[in-house]
Ligand binder design. Structure first.
Ligand code: TRP
Length: 337
């Protein structure tokens, strides 16, 4: 059986943008494929510590896993849930891949360049991030890694490392992950979906934006979230049209309305196209978002820590077994064993 693998860092509470643009599409994909694929869902907690963590990392990890469940992940025996730091083979393979990767290719990673830009001293973890990520993927022979576009370069790096490693030892030790173009086909979703900042809709909604009104957090009270939608920046053109370039605020609201109600964007656009009272659209979106949030929060409150720990216990036994077997093959190739 082929493997699908993905993870979301849990440095803080997630935004509505993370939920609609990342979590929900991944949950749908997992539910669709978990009968004929192994599905690995893990929390890359070692990746979290390259930067500040809001609150307690362990609690954030448990909360993120509850998000997956509250978002509708249907569990079965093919779904494996674990924490990266509880599977030591990730760090160990990372070191070995450090000795396969070159400074040149790793220095070209856009995310590294952006994250290190302007920092007086950048930690080595920020640089090494994509190599650890390659280890996360290659340990389990994962073929499909559903992620947003900003991570495609990292998937390509993992592919290159797998190919180089296999060639060096003239053996198919790692499964080479699918090309990003095939990843996109597999996901069947528009990876360009980016929920925008409510006050500055030219930008992506981000948890690190200071202005409260810019973002909706998954733990916002539903009424508060509704108010944020009502205060969202629009434009002075006075006619609803889906046009991200000229009317990003309105287009963002249409996008949110579609995703929250699980409707095709085209249907929502057709319904609102030409509407001159922006307030009407805002009221509808505010109602949709607040209903979604209160349902989501109710589901979240019903998931106990014990339930999550039970899943982790089984998932980590399984993950260690698979990962250690792969690590041993790699160690043997290098004559470490
Ligand atoms: N880089 C991913 C993110 O920032 C998190 C991540 C780490 C990941 N390792 C991974 C995702 C391996 C998929 C596969 O969201």
């Amino acid at each position: 059986m082929k493997t699908i693998l993905t993870g979301i860092r849990s440095n803080s509470v997630l935004t509505l943008g993370n939920y609609l643009g990342a979590l929900l599409p991944m949950v749908r994909l997992a539910n669709e494929h978990s009968k004929d694929y192994n599905v690995h869902i893990f929390v890359p907690d070692l990746h979290s510590i390259i930067s500040d963590v809001d609150g307690d990392l362990r609690e954030n990890t448990i909360r993120t896993l509850k998000y997956w469940l509250a978002a509708g992940l249907e569990l079965n025996e093919n779904i494996h849930i674990y924490r990266q730091s509880y599977v030591p083979a990730h760090s160990e393979l990372c070191w070995i891949l450090d000795c396969v990767a070159t400074m040149g290719e790793t220095s070209r990673m856009i995310q590294y360049k952006e994250k290190s830009k302007g920092q007086e001293s950048c930690n080595v973890g920020i640089f090494n991030y994509p190599i650890l990520m390659a280890a996360d993927i290659l340990l389990y022979d994962a073929e499909f890694i559903p992620l947003g576009e900003d991570q495609f370069q990292h998937i390509e790096l993992a592919r290159n490392l797998a190919i180089r490693f296999n060639n060096r030892f003239n053996a198919e030790i790692f499964t080479v992950p699918a090309k990003t173009s095939d990843q996109v086909k597999f996901m069947e979703v528009d990876t360009a979906i980016r929920i925008r900042d409510l006050l500055n809709p030219e930008k992506k909604m981000s948890k690190s934006t200071v202005a409260e009104g810019s973002k909706i957090m998954l733990d916002d009270a539903p009424e508060k979230a509704a108010k944020k939608i009502m205060s969202a920046t629009t434009d002075s053109l006075g006619k609803v049209k889906f046009d991200m370039f000229n009317q990003p605020g309105i287009s963002n609201l249409l996008q949110i309305e579609a995703l929250v109600n699980d409707l095709p964007l085209s249907e929502v656009v057709a319904k609102w196209n030409g509407e001159t009272k922006y307030g009407e659209l805002k009221k509808a979106v505010a109602a949709s978002v607040s209903t979604m949030l209160s349902d989501f929060q109710a589901r979240l409150a019903n998931i106990s820590d014990d339930e999550v720990y039970r899943l982790l216990e089984a998932g980590e036994v399984y993950a260690n077994k698979i990962a250690n077997a792969k690590l041993l093959e790699v160690q043997k190739a290098f004559k470490l064993r």
